[in-house]
Ligand binder design. Sequence first.
Ligand code: HEM
Length: 488
Amino acid sequence: MAFEENTKPLTTAAGAPVVDNQNSVTAGPRGPVLLQDLWLIEKLAHFDREVIPERRMHAKGSGAWGTFRVTHDISQYTKAAIFAKVGNECEMFARFSSVAGERGAADAERDIRGFALRFYTEEGNWDVVGNNTPVFFHRDPLKFPDLNRAVKRDPRTNLRDPENNWGYWTNLPEALHQVTIIMTDRGIPKSFRHMHGFGSHTYSLINAAGERNWVKFHFRTQQGIENLTDEEAGAVIAADRESNQRDLFDAIERGDFPKWKLFVQVMPEADAATYRFHPFDLTKVWSKKDYPLIEVGEFELNRNPDNYFQDVEQAAFTPANLIPGISFSPDKMLQGRLFSYGDAARYRVGVNHHQIPVNYPRGAKVVNTYHRDGAMRVDGNQGGVPGVEPNNFGRWQEQPAYADPAQAVGSTADHFNFREDDDDYFTQPGNLFRLLSADEQQRLFENTARAIKGARKETVQRHIDNCTKADPAYGEGVQKACEALGAL
Ligand code: HEM
């Protein structure tokens, strides 16, 4: 309902007139309230249930509606209908977030930023639930709950704890790449508009001939990269804890629609077996020299949600929202995520969360599922259509034409140790360090020292040792900054 239309009389949820919204019913002018004050009871009871669980990670975020447009032809790689023709468009929804903070956290914190996109295509919802960094801390989904506990509050002090955090990170040397990125200038984007986004994982593209290519998705900000130093961020937070929400909302309200260009890196399927980096290792990037960026399209965010709770809080993204022509890869982390998000959505929003407008496949030509019943089913529940398949009417049949091509996988089940398969933790963080200017390196040292201060000495030393393995100058710089700050 539009704001201006809010002039109608007030009713209860059942539609009866509310006679008094100021004074509860009491026994006499100074007496206690009566249980028969139905409106008071209804109002309090509803209020008592208004909060849904916050997202376990990425609880603080901002969302907006937008439009995606295909600008270049990649139909040789994917049969996805959205990419069939240059000029194709679809509606989309984006949610940006920080990771560790709770729903009330300040925006300008040093942290990864979530970069979750949903494209409402004619073949269903396609979600890219990425971050503003191309890599992640670890490579096995078994470690994700541990990571969560490392960056969240200590169970006893209820404070974020450098030792819990850095003790964990430094014991996983593969985390150094991600940790390095967070400790650089990019660790605090000036706003959501001023950062790139990455699908991060390796996904796959499948074309009409049934050929598979591996793919990485990159979303490059057209506003330019801008960041805040620790000092600037401190000043921003002191004046405004909602700086990113405000920036995104205000930009869209004034018609300054933020834009990102979509690029892909494409790796032929067979290359995966021989590429010098493990192509499904989420702690590594693919070299752009080996697999250059190919421009594909652009999206702009052009509409603020009318109601934050409805569209943003209830949005339930999942990397399992894939469409024909875009699929997953054997990346173990991605495989874990394919399960975890739908599971979280069923808990956080409910089994019928897909009915909520932001989650509904609103662009799809057809939505026919046999899912039935469950709490809060309000879409007609498929009416009188019997929920039986196979049936004698050819009703709602499977569509084998859309199957992914078969894929060869290993033949022995075991707890395989990724580290034995690929223990090069340090080449890429070292390369990143060497790309930074001297000023940027200095800020990396100092940001690290401020963040790690409070961790045990052995943890700080382990981090210095890891940095030294990436580049001796990296280790030395962090050591000096830690000494100067009394962190070592
Ligand atoms: C949010 C699990 C790794 C990006 C979430 C949520 C869960 C989760 C349960 C809350 C979802 C909800 O309540 O709606 C996991 C697991 C991971 C993992 C189990 C590893 C095994 C990653 C990675 C990325 C990522 C690698 C980025 C590349 C996000 C984003 C959100 C999110 C952007 C917020 C989505 C939104 O805006 O609603 N994750 N996550 N996660 N995760 Fe992950």
